[in-house]
Write a protein that binds this ligand. Sequence first.
Ligand code: SF4
Ligand code: SF4
Length: 126
Amino acid sequence: MSNIIKKEGYNYSFDASACSACSARCCTGESGYIYVSTQEIEKIANFIGLDTEEFMQKYLYKNGYKYSIKERKIGESYECAFYDRVSNGCTIYEARPTQCITFPFWDYFKDRVDELKLECPGIIDA
Ligand code: SF4
Ligand code: SF4
């Protein structure tokens, strides 16, 4: 069953039903930043039952003035620290950062649809 999502201002659509057959290419693969805001840091720490300091030390690193979630290196691939291979899902799904919620509708991809299509099999021409 298809579940097509469109968003104003984007010249592509997203078929969310593609996720079930995809090995979470948006959470794995090439290394990338997974930014979290101060509020998101508190929300995730709370969600997994760690105090903020401990959570930040264990799961985040700083890039400039922003914090990003750490990745694990598996062979030549990288995956988000919260990606679970067994369930092929996100272990902090309910508290995942905005960057993950809004994917694949990022400003960055507005004029880089070909690049996005290589990463996400759910992208279709609008
Ligand atoms: S890369 Fe696209 S199709 Fe695959 S899990 Fe992520 S959003 Fe879904
Ligand atoms: S926080 Fe969850 S949705 Fe976001 S990259 Fe990590 S595993 Fe994927």
